[in-house]
Design a protein around this ligand. Structure first.
Ligand SMILES: [Zn+2]
Length: 40
C-alpha cells in the first residue's frame, strides 16, 4: 500500500491519501473541504 500526495481542491493544503480512496470528484483533505469544494 502506498499513499499519494495531493493538494486539496478547496484549501490547497497538501495531504496524503490512498489513490483508490480518491475516486470522488476531486482531491479534498477532509469531508468539510469536500462539501465546500462542491459549493454545498
Ligand atoms: Zn482542504
Amino acid at each position: 500500500m502506498s499513499f499519494e500526495s495531493y493538494d486539496c481542491a478547496n484549501c490547497g493544503e497538501s495531504f496524503s491519501a490512498y489513490p483508490d480512496a480518491n475516486a470522488t470528484d476531486g482531491p479534498y483533505c477532509s469531508p468539510r473541504c469536500e462539501r465546500e469544494g462542491e459549493g454545498l
